[in-house]
Design a protein around this ligand. Structure first.
Ligand SMILES: NC(=O)C1=CN([C@@H]2O[C@H](COP(=O)(O)OP(=O)(O)OC[C@H]3O[C@@H](n4cnc5c(N)ncnc54)[C@H](O)[C@@H]3O)[C@@H](O)[C@H]2O)C=CC1
Ligand SMILES: O=C(O)C(=O)COP(=O)(O)O
Length: 630
C-alpha cells in the first residue's frame, strides 16, 4: 500500500454541518429588529465567498462588520459545536483519531469554534489553522488578526505551503477557497465535499466529488466505518413498495430508486445492471436470465410472502441472498378469506349489483350461515392455520390437508388426502404456496369431487387452479360461488387491462390480488423486509433468508468481518482457513453453516492485516461471493 497522504480538511460545511458566521449571526442577532435582513446579507456573502464571486478577505470582514458579536456569543457556539458534527465524520471518528498526525484542519473560520471539534477528532491544536478573532476591552469582536494569511484572499494555499507537509496532500472542502489550494499547487488532490453543500463551480474543478467521508476514504484506500460507501449501493424497489421501506433504507445511507409497477423479464434485464439490491412483490419474475445480467446483485427482497416468482436456486448459485416477509400480511389474507366466505354464502355481491341497477331482490333462497358449515383448508401453513382459528371462532367446522405434518389447531381435523377434504367441505379454500408442482392442483376432476353447491376460494397463486374447469363447474352448478384473488395472468400495473373467463359469472367475486394489500400489512412488510436487508448488508446476517443457510450475527465491532458464500463442496473450508492462516490473519470468531447447495462462512478478524492477502479468498475454488465488512 502507498503511504497515507496528508489530509487537509476544511471546517465549515465539511467537518460540521454549519457555516460558523451564519450560526454566530443567529446567536448575535436574536431579538434584533433587522435580524432577518442582516442574516440574509450574511448568508449571501458566505455563498458569494464560497463560490468565489467575492474575495474571501472582503467577505469575511464585511460579514463581521454586520454583526454585534461578543465573546459570549462565540462561547455559546463553541459550547454546542460538537452537536453540529457532519454525520459521515461522526461515523468515521476512528479514521480521524487513528490518523490525527496526518490530518490538518484549515479554515477561514475561528479557532475558538474549531478547537472542541479538533479535540474530539484527536487533532492537535498546532494542526488547526484558522483565523483569530480580535476583541476589545468590553469583549466585543472588532475584527480578525490581519497578520494571519487566512484572513485574506487565497490565504489557504499560502498557509499550507508554509507548513511543508509531507506529500501527497489531499485537500477536502466545500468552498472555492478549498479548491484554490489545489489550483495553486499546494495540494495534490482536491475532493469537493458535498454532503452539506454542493457548489457546481467547486465540483467542476475538483479531482472528484465526495458526497460523504465514506466516499473520500474509499477513494483514498483508507479503512472507514464502512467497507464500501453506502451511497454507491443501489437499490431498485419495484411494484409500489411502501414508503416506510424507502425511508428506512435511505436513512441507512443507501441509494434507493422506486418504480410503481412490475417489470417483465427483458425490461428487468435492462434495468438490473449496477443494481445491488432488488425489491419486488409477487409480480416480478427473477429468472436465471435476469441473474445472468445482474452484475452487482447481492440480495433480492420479496416484500410479500410468496417467493415462487424468484428462481431461488439460481440466486444461491450466484451468491444472491433472497429474503421475504413471511408473516406480515398473514392476518390480512385471513380476514379477507373470512369476509369473502360470508359474502359468497349470502350472495352479497350480485344482490348489491342488482340494487345498483334498481333491482330489489329480497330472498333467503340459497343464503346460508357460516355456523356449522365445514371449511376445507388446503395448505395449513401460516395463513391456513390462522384462518382455521378464526373460522372455528365463528362456529365453522374445520378440516385441512397439508403435504407436511402440521399441528392441528383447536378442533381442526387433518384429512388423509385432498380427495377426502374435497368430498366433505362446504367451502374449499386454497392456501398452498406457489411451487411449480402446485400448477393446476385443482382442475375438473377435483371440482367433480366437491359437494354439489360448494363454495370455492383461491387466495394463494393463480396457477394452482385450472380456470376453464372452474368456469365450467360454476356454470354447471356444482360450484355455487367462487372468490378469486389471484389469477394465472395478472396485469403488471394498474394501467394494464384484466381479462378472465370468469368475468360476468353469477356469484363470482374477483379481486385484484389484494389479499395482503392493507395499509397495516404493507407497512409491516416494508419494515420487516428492509430490516432483513440492512441486517444482511451491514452485518452479513442471513436470518430469514429463504435460499441460504440462516446465520444470525451481531454488529461488526473491533475487527473486520469476512463473508464467504461458496458451493457446498469438499475442501472449501480447509482452503479458506489455509489462506487466512498464510495471510497471518488473527481470527476473532468464525461461523460456518451449510445447506445442501451452499456454504456460508463468516470470519471476524483483527484489523491489522495486509488487504492484498484477501484477494486469494475471492478466487478460491467454489467461491460464489466474497464480501468484507468494517
Ligand atoms: N392473495 C394474496 O395477496 C396473498 C397470497 N399469499 C399466498 O399464500 C401462500 C401461503 O402463504 P403462507 O400460509 O404464509 O405460506 P406457508 O408456507 O406458511 O404455507 C403453505 C402451506 O402449504 C402447504 N402445501 C404446499 N403445497 C401443498 C399441496 N399441494 N397440498 C397441500 N399442502 C400444500 C405447505 O406444506 C405449507 O404448509 C403464499 O405462498 C402466497 O403464495 C400470501 C400472502 C398474500
Ligand atoms: O404475499 C404474497 O405472497 C402475496 O401474494 C401478496 O402479493 P403482493 O405483494 O400484493 O404482490
Amino acid at each position: 500500500m502507498s503511504a497515507t497522504p496528508t489530509f487537509v480538511f476544511d471546517f465549515d460545511s465539511t467537518l460540521v454541518r454549519i457555516e460558523t458566521l451564519e450560526a454566530l449571526a443567529d446567536i448575535a442577532l436574536a431579538g434584533h429588529p433587522e435580524a432577518d435582513n442582516v442574516r440574509a446579507e450574511i448568508a449571501k456573502l458566505t455563498d458569494q465567498a464560497m463560490s468565489g464571486e467575492v474575495d474571501f478577505g472582503t467577505a469575511l470582514r464585511r460579514r463581521l462588520a454586520l454583526l454585534p458579536l461578543t465573546r459570549a456569543h462565540v462561547e455559546q457556539l463553541a459550547d454546542r459545536i460538537l452537536d453540529e458534527g457532519t454525520w459521515s465524520v461522526r461515523r468515521n471518528l476512528r479514521f480521524f483519531q487513528e490518523n490525527a498526525d496526518k490530518i490538518v484542519i484549515l479554515s477561514g473560520g475561528f479557532r475558538e469554534i474549531i478547537a472542541p471539534v479538533a479535540e474530539g477528532l484527536g487533532v492537535a491544536p498546532e494542526r488547526v489553522l484558522a483565523n483569530d478573532l480580535v476583541y476589545n476591552a468590553e469583549g466585543r469582536v472588532t475584527g480578525v488578526d490581519d497578520q494571519n494569511p487566512l484572513s485574506w484572499d487565497n490565504g489557504k494555499p499560502k498557509v499550507i505551503e508554509a507548513l511543508g507537509l509531507a506529500r501527497p496532500i489531499v485537500m477536502v472542502g466545500d468552498g472555492w477557497n478549498d479548491a484554490e489550494v489545489k489550483l495553486a499547487g499546494a495540494a495534490d488532490r482536491f475532493y469537493a465535499f458535498t454532503e452539506i453543500a454542493r457548489r457546481e463551480k467547486v465540483v467542476a474543478v475538483a479531482d472528484a466529488e465526495a458526497p460523504s467521508m465514506d466516499e473520500l476514504l474509499h477513494a483514498e484506500g483508507m479503512a472507514g466505518r464502512w467497507s464500501y460507501p453506502r451511497a454507491r449501493i443501489r437499490m431498485l424497489l419495484l411494484e409500489n413498495i411502501h414508503p416506510a421501506a424507502v425511508e428506512r433504507l435511505q436513512e441507512a445511507g443507501y441509494s434507493v430508486e422506486t418504480m410503481k409497477g412490475a417489470l417483465d423479464e427483458d425490461d428487468l434485464i435492462d434495468k438490473i445492471k449496477g443494481v445491488h439490491v432488488l425489491g419486488i412483490r409477487s409480480k416480478t419474475n427473477v429468472t436465471a436470465r435476469v441473474l445472468e445480467a445482474a452484475d452487482r446483485l447481492m440480495a433480492v427482497a420479496a416484500f410479500c410472502i410468496g417467493t415462487n416468482q424468484i428462481d431461488l436456486d439460481a440466486c444461491a448459485d450466484h451468491g444472491v441472498a433472497v429474503f421475504n416477509a413471511p408473516y406480515s400480511n398473514t392476518r390480512s389474507v385471513v380476514e379477507l378469506a373470512i369476509g369473502l366466505t360470508i359474502t359468497l354464502m349470502r350472495d352479497v355481491v350480485d344482490k348489491s349489483a342488482g340494487m345498483h341497477a334498481g333491482k330489489w331482490n329480497k330472498s333467503a333462497d340459497g343464503s346460508r350461515e357460516l355456523r356449522g358449515k365445514t371449511l376445507g383448508i388446503v395448505g395449513y401453513g401460516a395463513i391456513g392455520s390462522q384462518l382455521s382459528v378464526l373460522a372455528e371462532a365463528l362456529g365453522m367446522r374445520v378440516i385441512f390437508h397439508d403435504l407436511s405434518e402440521r399441528l392441528a389447531l383447536g378442533n381442526a381435523r387433518r384429512m388423509r388426502n385432498l380427495d377426502a377434504l374435497l368430498a366433505e367441505a362446504d367451502v374449499v379454500t386454497l392456501h398452498v404456496d406457489g411451487r411449480k408442482d402446485n400448477a393446476e392442483l385443482i382442475g375438473a376432476a377435483q371440482f367433480q369431487q366437491m359437494k354439489e353447491g360448494a363454495l370455492f376460494l383461491n387466495l394463494s397463486r393463480g396457477h394452482v387452479v385450472n380456470i376453464g374447469a372452474l368456469s365450467q363447474a360454476i356454470q354447471g352448478g356444482r360450484i355455487a360461488g367462487a372468490a378469486l384473488d389471484v389469477f394465472p395472468e395478472e396485469p403488471r400495473t394498474n394501467a394494464d387491462p384484466f381479462e378472465s373467463p370468469l368475468m360476468g359469472l353469477k356469484n363470482v367475486i374477483l379481486t385484484p390480488h389484494i389479499g395482503g394489500s392493507t395499509e397495516e400489512a404493507q407497512e409491516a412488510i416494508a419494515e420487516f423486509a428492509a430490516e432483513r436487508l440492512l441486517g444482511y448488508l451491514n452485518r452479513g446476517d442471513t436470518t430469514f433468508a429463504v435460499n441460504l443457510p440462516n446465520v444470525q450475527l451481531s454488529e461488526v465491532s473491533g475487527g473486520h468481518r469476512i463473508l464467504h458464500i461458496h458451493r457446498n463442496q469438499p475442501g472449501v473450508m480447509a482452503a479458506l482457513n489455509r489462506e487466512l492462516a498464510s495471510a497471518g490473519l488473527n481470527i476473532l470468531g468464525q461461523h460456518l453453516k451449510t445447506d445442501e447447495r451452499t456454504g456460508y462462512v463468516i470470519t471476524d478478524v483483527d484489523r491489522d492485516y495486509d488487504p492484498e492477502a484477501l484477494k486469494a479468498l475471492k478466487t478460491l475454488d467454489g467461491t460464489l461471493r466474497f464480501r468484507l465488512l468494517h
